[in-house]
Design a protein around this ligand. Sequence first.
Ligand code: SF4
Length: 450
Amino acid sequence: MALNGMQIYKLLPRKNCKECGFPTCLAFAMKLAQGGTEAEKCPYMSEEAKAQLAEATAPPMKTVKFGRGDTEYTLGGETVLFRHEKTFVNRPRFAILFSDTMTEDEIKTRIDHINAIDYTRINEEMYIEVGAFRCESQDKDKFTSLIKNVTESCPKIVPMIITENPEIAKAALDISAEKGPILFGATADNYEDMVKLAKENNLLLGVTADGKENLYELVQKIQNAGYKELLLDAKSRNLKGAFDDMVNIRRTALLSGDRTFGYPTAAFVCDMSTDKMMQLACASLFVEKYASIIVLSDMDYAMALPLFALRQNIYTDPQRPMRIEQDVYKIGPVDEESPLLVTVDFALTYFIVSGEVERSKVPAWILIPDAGGYSVLTAWAAGKFNAKSIAKALKEFDVENKVKTREMIIPGKVAVLKADIEDELPGWKVIVGPEEAAALPNFLKKYKEQ
Ligand code: SF4
């Protein structure tokens, strides 16, 4: 449980030496209790006090990792129940189910779907992160060959090994441990062997039990066995039950501060319905509340678009606008004569404008200056989108050597910037574009005909 300021104060050396940057030990303790500073700032604290404080000031929900290198992912670490309270920090990861009883055609279809999902949206690469391998045949060789086949065909996925048989788990780890898989299937009957395997390989361990009460007991046993890298599953395989599990586990951790349930959870959407649209709906729900690994039977490109966009929107800081990187973007096969448009770095604006430019079929450049992440009028009113910021971006991204027309199209809503920009950039002609992005296709076609 969290310590209050006075309890922390009693653990401090009480020298009042100010080396932590606070006037007294008490002031430091109060700030530490609020999470506004770190225990390491006091150089005189004993190791024992540091350990006590680390435990007491750790977030109520543990942060865990799986995968290795470029495909290492972080789960958990959430501190609020609702995104508007602060922000959610570690997005859930999508997994596609593979069973060793599936036909070759079914396996191939899922592999093809995984490989087709690979695109960038607002500076984030979107792809399936996890392959969930469920051993149903109880045949070690069949299971390991499935994992080998799929992971070779989909190099980006991290395996999630689903079996309650420690011998089969060990065989699967022999061929996949270097990828940092999730070992899923610790139960009341096998947990000692599964903990041993997870410890040896430094893996995230999936703990599964029938119902929250049994799960709670099992987690306590595993914690007592000295392992705390856990992913929880209370085994409800219907929407209502799983939703109840997710919410109660998260509320127990965050509101009651009970760290036995302070771990991320998995949702097996693949077992809730065979209907693709129903799985999409369930997965959307668990993105919001509160799964960290969401296992679907399959996900084609059309399903991925709304799911990944939803995840990105939920797992961004609501107090910070979504921005795209400042740059000069190419829409289509541009050349030196292609039109140059300028707009702001607010992600939504950029996507609307670039979508309309694509629709026009007129290849164009879009210059994005630093506009504070605001929409056009807000950025202009805040003094963030002006002649100076546009001129700075033009130089920074070497636009003068890329575009020879010496013309730039600005949003109609900030027509007032025309004179300022022409003063700031001698030799450039500013053309006032339409007020609404929807009018861009016609505008660009006419512009090219001139
Ligand atoms: Fe107290 Fe440590 Fe800060 Fe010194 S550095 S004032 S001992 S908390």
